[in-house]
Ligand binder design. Sequence first.
Ligand SMILES: Nc1ncnc2c1ncn2[C@@H]1O[C@H](COP(=O)(O)OP(=O)(O)OP(=O)(O)O)[C@@H](O)[C@H]1O
Ligand SMILES: [Mg+2]
Length: 443
Amino acid sequence: MDAGQQNYDPELSESFADALKPGTELLHGQFRIEKFLNAGGFGMTYLARDSLDRIVVIKECFPSSMCCRNDGKVMARSKQHQAEFDAVVKHFGAEARRLSKLQHPHIVGIHQVFEDNQTAYMALDFVRGRDLLDTIEDPRMKLHPRDVKQILLRVLEAIHYIHTNDVLHRDISPDNILIDGKGNPVLIDFGAAKEEATRASRALSALHVVKDGYSPHEFYIAGSNQDASSDLYSLGATFYHVLTGEAPPDSQARVSAIAADRPDPYKPVSGHFPQFEDAFLHAIDKALSVFPPDRIQSSREWIELVDTERRRSAAMQQAEMDRQIELSISRLVQETNKAVEADIKAHEEKSVAEKKEAQRLQKLAQEQARQRKKTLDELAMLDDAVFQEEQALAAEEAARRSAMNPNHDEIHGKKKRRSLLSRLLPFGLLRGTFRGNGPSDYL
Ligand SMILES: Nc1ncnc2c1ncn2[C@@H]1O[C@H](COP(=O)(O)OP(=O)(O)OP(=O)(O)O)[C@@H](O)[C@H]1O
Ligand SMILES: [Mg+2]
């Protein structure tokens, strides 16, 4: 079978006169058109070959409501359309360049963005397979609930990736999810995508395609707030279709019914598909809530609601992390206790050593005092002996002098004794102290 056979609709090809003919070369022969695949609001899709003869998909910016082709070149339908057409081409190129930076296994890869024929093009990876719409509409294809869940989780990963890069897809539907040969989903068709922060210009609003059943009600209102929950509404509608075989009632009809106090025409899937887990069904119903605050707010939230295995392994990982933290804490406590004990021991040893040193110094001081006292006592005793000797000598001298001249001798005797005391003054003082048995100031 020729590459891209499954994606090719010959009737459509013939009916689209403005499409590039097979064999047309683009970008100085770097790409050669093989087949027309489809036409949408923003452009035309072709199967082509690159200079290395590889199959690629080429998307051409061709907003047919405001342009036409003339001798291969794309031009505004009229002067009035020129500004709008230029804005759309500019937007197409900018989006393509931004999307070329997004790389994810479940998002179609962009090879190249270029300009030719006065319009913009992007060359995409060719995904060999069929889209989810074909798959669910083919009675020979029966998706197992396990496969459905796996497709959903993988698309959610891709949506999480684009949302964290501030891009909204805005056209999620079964025909924009391709399923490759291995059953892996690939999200395509970012033609309606925009950065969350940017306001759609008037030209883009005019082109803004809504898909009944898949678009949330805010997509019908120009300039309305659109966020992650808007894309998740469309994903809910896509999986509602997978389960029930048809898209849910369109959101405008639902809003009108609620406004008129009539019951919401939406029939929940919860409780009707026993082959799916309750959490899986409940998440689809929640994503499809009419009012944005009631919906699932992020892909992560949806993944956590649905992925029981991941939840289980996340819980186990958490438990393991808690156990590791507990272990680290108790190890830390033990180490701290050890350090504190070592500190206390070191402190005790230090104070014992200090006590010993104090005792040693005290003993030393006592010994010094004892030695000093001993020396002083000895000096005092010496002083006594000298004093007594002096006295004896003085008495002798006095006796001798009084025998000759009693008055003169007395005076000289006293003088002599004073001069001896003054020579031994410190000892004399000490002697006086020790004799009195009182404490000494010298100790
Ligand atoms: N990378 C691809 N690999 C294989 N087939 C593709 C690829 N891209 C697009 N197709 C096929 O071409 C069809 C149309 O492409 P796509 O969805 O990108 O544009 P669209 O819906 O026609 O236009 P618009 O961008 O205006 O919404 C798809 O439904 C799919 O069958
Ligand atoms: Mg499409």
